[in-house]
Design a protein. Structure first.
Length: 264
């Protein structure tokens, strides 16, 4: 369960609950799904990107709280008309995955995909996906140039235990990157303007069952409109405890909620 916590600040004579997520600016949190309520995929970032649950995924004990479990055969979460997720420039996606390399789902299971429809024609991004059953990375669709490919080599993530994955792109260095359990494991090159109007978790429903589906657990997924540093990535591994929901300061109350998972 989650409990409300935080310090208080005075804003236009009204008190609001406030916390910060380490040193990560609140306005860079583009989307965040925690999977703590069975059957519901709520975006707690404030950008209103709720997920539509397809198939019959299960809710299981996650890394923190609850998590969603995809079976690799029709299960996915679709988020349409996405807001807040950047179409160009800096980006980072983080999440916890748990899967068995002997049953990964598709040939190249897509865990988080930011996309147009269909993905390749519209310049989407497979921002967390599995390669060769044991490796993880990100890529801009096979055969597209530049493809931003950053894929680990010999990193074991298919051992049916929870692993933290962070991938993204830093326009300052012009590099894509992959972190596994807080350690930087791969980099790539390139830049492009991507379509960011749809997001799929667990595979794309318009793909066949050969390539896209993911069979495994997924917890604590967030997308940031920033290239997180290694220190920031490690902070997210402690749990996405503080969710900042900020309303425009133009005369409206800036309401910020901090949420904490019960780890007891």
């Amino acid at each position: 369960m989650r409990t409300l916590l935080g310090a208080t600040i005075l804003f236009y004579g009204i008190f609001a609950s406030v916390d910060t997520l380490a040193d990560i600016p609140a306005d860079t949190i583009a989307a965040m799904w925690l999977f703590d309520t069975a059957g519901v995929v709520e975006d707690v970032s404030g950008h209103q990107n709720p997920g539509i649950v397809n198939g019959d995924p299960e809710w299981i004990d996650g890394k923190y709280g609850k998590a969603i479990l995809f079976d690799g055969d029709g299960d996915n979460v679709a988020i349409f008309e996405v807001t807040g997720v950047p179409a160009q420039g800096a980006i980072t996606a983080v999440g916890w995955i748990k899967y068995d390399a002997e049953n990964p789902g598709g040939v190249f299971p897509e865990i988080v995909t930011i996309t147009g429809q269909p993905q390749r024609d519209d310049g989407g991004l497979q921002i967390i996906f599995i390669v060769g059953k044991a490796n993880v990375g990100m890529i801009r669709g096979w055969g597209l140039v530049p493809n931003l490919a950053a894929i680990t080599d010999g990193v074991e993530v298919g051992d049916n235990t929870w692993h933290h994955i962070a991938t993204g792109y830093d326009p300052e260095t012009e590099e894509s990157f992959v972190y596994v359990d807080g350690a930087r494991k791969a980099t790539g090159e390139g830049d492009y303007e991507r379509r960011a109007d749809h997001i799929f978790l667990g595979g794309r429903p318009h793909e066949d069952n050969t390539n896209s589906p993911y069979a495994g657990g997924l917890d604590e997924v967030a997308i940031f409109a920033a290239a997180l540093s290694q220190e920031d990535v490690v902070r997210t591994m402690d749990g996405l405890e503080e969710v900042l929901l900020t309303v425009s300061p133009a005369g409206k109350l800036a309401t910020t909620w901090a949420r904490l998972k019960d780890r007891s």
